[in-house]
Design a protein around this ligand. Structure first.
Ligand code: ZN
Ligand code: ZN
Length: 255
């Protein structure tokens, strides 16, 4: 049994194919997933999926790439949604320095506002970090995000950065890149993360694992991610699956 902690079944690439995609995931042992909504279009769809399927949970937040579009009323909306029983985390939120649609200062501001909200509503946070590792750690420290904890999703930073995040009660989640043939760093880092802080995800439809790299990703492939990490840690797939699922349920407070 596996828990895909970060999927976007709520975007166009899965239009009309959600049911089939879920069935393929189920047949690979994916029992639970968290669908992440990150803007005005994808949040309602994440909520709809969480309300339709008992094994689907929702995380809702504002993506850093679109930080410039977030209004005060959107933050209010997130606060309302946070009270929904199927909303298990706020996010994804964070910093993305790869794209320049939203200036860094705006991204930081929107990130901080969402951390404040997470503390207020007492939910863990899902962090999106692209090319912004040190700034993310600095903000998490300054805002005392250890209070909420959460997930470093699709982690791509160094072991030092991971250790800083572990100290602040964060879980480290790995996706497709850990399986890429030329990816040394995520493999080295994944090997060192303590078992009780490790999560797996796909970030579907993005970042499909080997041998599907470049194709549309889907939750069924989280098994490939888990198999790779089990191999790196030299433990059985079953042990890895069981522990990462238990970790996800603990973090999301699912019984
Ligand atoms: Zn992300
Ligand atoms: Zn995502």
């Amino acid at each position: 049994m596996l828990f895909d902690t970060h999927v976007h079944l709520n975007i166009d690439q899965f239009e009309g194919e959600v049911e089939d995609t879920i069935n393929r995931a189920k047949s690979e042992g994916v029992e639970w997933m968290t669908v992440v909504g990150f803007d005005r279009e994808t949040i309602p769809k994440a909520m709809e999926l969480a309300e339709t399927y008992d094994f689907i949970y929702a995380a809702v937040g504002w993506h850093p790439v679109d930080a410039i579009d977030m209004k005060e009323e959107d933050l209010k909306w997130l606060e309302e949604l946070a009270a929904h029983p199927k909303v298990v985390a706020l996010g994804e939120m964070g910093l993305d320095y790869h794209w320049d649609k939203s200036p860094k200062e705006v991204q930081k501001e929107v990130f901080r506002k969402q951390i404040h909200l997470a503390k207020k509503v007492n939910l863990p946070i899902v962090i999106h970090d692209r090319e912004a590792h040190q700034d993310i750690v600095d903000i998490l420290k300054e805002e005392n995000a250890a209070e909420t904890g959460g997930i470093m999703h699709c982690f791509g930073g160094s072991l030092e950065i991971a250790q800083e995040c572990l100290k602040m009660n964060f879980y480290i989640s790995f996706g497709g890149p850990v399986t890429f043939k030329n990816a040394k760093k995520p493999k080295e880092v994944a090997k060192e993360i303590p078992m009780d802080r490790l999560l797996v995800e796909t970030d579907s439809p993005f970042l499909a694992p080997h041998p599907y790299r470049g194709k549309r990703n889907e939750p069924a492939y989280v098994k490939l991610v888990a198999e790779k990490i089990a191999e790196l840690k030299e433990i059985s797939f079953e042990t890895l699956a069981e522990q990462t699922t238990a970790n996800a349920k603990k973090l999301f407070r699912i019984n």
